[in-house]
Design a protein around this ligand. Structure first.
Ligand code: GDP
Ligand code: IMO
Ligand code: MG
Length: 427
């Protein structure tokens, strides 16, 4: 019966992949419902490390059906490369289902993503350059290419020609690039059809039948609350709905089915790309978080911007998503500081503000108001019970929990599956 949602509660890279993988063996379906290969989820199982971009992290759990939902945008080259990469490592991907309604990232949208960013100059978003924004823009403009269009060559050709009508004007007249040939695009897309066909399904129906048959469905977000196109730090966001609401529209599972919402939150904060980040550090502490936490992008390799834990952001994510449980990840990275600052509110132009400011200008002006908690120096990476943690680490977790808007049910003390402390079961 239950549909359980996993969402990022900050700016991404909180450890959603590890959390999904942890539950993978106990759920029947894992659905990716938004985003595309802008995501990068790292899962570590013993000596093996997997970087997943487009496939749901549940693909690593035998017996669990991975589903790419209608809310996802798919780069077919990447899809098949990722499948081949996993197959070569002995992972079975034959159960994968792909929604017929998901949109396809065509080559011209990858090009437009990159030239748009260059055109924006200092106003750029810092996108991953994977064509995500332009593909979602086409979807909203009703110019998108869907997976199902690949099965009807005539329709496909008409849609590609329709999309290119305007895009070629923009590419040639504004960006000084060469025009894209519809034939080439159609040919490339059709080249994937035979391999794709057996995976494509009416996934909304499959999931409805699964829930009716008492199966457990896990909905895994890409990106995060503060990157959500509606609820994030717009315009410095991705172009999809990365929050619980998006889990419903992006999968076709109705809200009344969702029984649990798990927010993944790091014990500090990171952000990739441009946009406001009140607790960002530009000093040695920031460098130390980046080094100790291995904070370099899984997708683009860019160094992640690092800062202290921001409780108003966590509370905001709790409220927007209806978080029932938080997974606090990377507590081990905070080992070694004498004291650890936590942002409890902001100073916005001389006024104390306890929640996310109403306006983006307010958020840009927000200066963190910190409370300081005593740190610890013991290695905590082998802790498996909460009581194994030093008293100050326990106190840090409890203090953060008290101001974050939901209980902390799991604490991560290392990248491996095993490096996990469970306080409350997540299923
Ligand atoms: P996602 O995009 O939310 O899935 O997160 P990423 O995989 O991009 O980034 C999280 C990184 O932290 C990955 O390299 C994980 O292996 C790693 N990780 C996850 N949980 C923990 C933890 O509790 N401790 C440490 N040290 N690393 C973790
Ligand atoms: P996961 O799922 C962190 C950021 C980009 C950029 C903005 C828009 O691994 O948490 P886009 O290419 O989506 O149009 O870029 O969003 N971004 C992410 N940052 N983790 C991610 O995914 C991200 N996906 C996109 O850096 O600032
Ligand atoms: Mg990531």
């Amino acid at each position: 019966m239950p549909a359980v949602v996993i969402v990022g509660a900050q700016w991404g890279d909180e450890g959603k992949g590890k959390a999904t993988d942890l539950l993978g063996s106990r759920v029947d379906y894992v659905v990716k419902f938004n985003g595309g290969n802008n995501a990068g989820h790292t899962v570590v199982i013993g000596d093996e490390k997997y970087a997943l971009h487009l496939l749901p992290s549940g693909i690593l759990s035998p017996g669990c059906v991975p589903v790419i939902g209608n809310g996802v945008v798919i780069d077919l080259d990447v899809l098949f490369q990722e499948i081949d990469g996993l197959n070569a490592r002995g992972i079975d991907t034959s159960q994968l289902l792909v929604s017929a309604n998901a949109h396809v990232i065509a080559d011209y949208n990858r090009t437009l993503d990159k030239v748009n960013e260059r055109f924006l100059g200092s106003r750029k978003i810092g996108t991953t350059g994977r064509g995500i924004g332009p593909t979602y823009a086409d979807k909203m403009n009703r110019l998108g290419i869907r997976i199902q269009d690949l099965f009807d060559e005539k329709i496909l050709r008409a849609k590609v020609e329709g999309a290119l009508d305007l895009k070629n004007q923009i590419l040639t007249k504004i960006y000084n690039r060469r025009a894209v040939s519809a034939d080439e695009i159609v040919e490339t897309l059709l080249g994937h059809v035979e391999r794709l066909r057996p995976m494509v399904a009416d996934t909304t129906l499959v999931l409805e039948q699964a829930l009716k048959a008492d199966k457990t469905v896990l909905l895994e977000a890409g990106q995060a609350t503060l990157l959500d196109v509606d609820h994030g730090t717009y315009p410095f966001v991705t172009s999809s709905s990365a929050t619980t609401g998006g889990a419903c529209t992006g999968s076709g599972i109705p809200p009344t089915r969702v029984t649990r919402v798990i927010g993944i939150v790091k014990a500090y904060a990171t952000r990739v790309g441009e946009g406001p980040f009140p607790t960002e550090l530009f000093d040695e502490d920031g460098e130390r978080l980046r080094t100790n936490g291995g904070e370099f992008g899984t997708t683009t390799g860019r160094p992640r911007r690092c800062g202290w834990y921001d409780a108003p952001v966590a509370r905001y994510a709790a409220r927007i998503n209806g978080v029932t449980d938080f997974v606090l990840t990377k507590l081990d990275v905070l080992t070694g500081w004498d004291q650890i600052p936590v942002c409890v509110a902001y100073d916005v132009d001389g006024e104390r503000v306890d929640e996310m400011p109403m306006t983006q200008t307010g958020f840009h002006h927000a200066k963190p108001i910190y409370e300081y908690f005593p740190g610890w120096h013991e290695d905590i990476s082998a802790a498996r019970e909460f009581s194994d943690l030093p008293a100050n680490a326990q106190a840090y977790v409890r203090a953060v929990e008290a101001i974050s808007g939901a209980r902390i049910s799991t604490v991560g003390v290392g990248p491996d599956r095993e490096q996990t402390i469970v306080l409350h079961d997540l299923l």
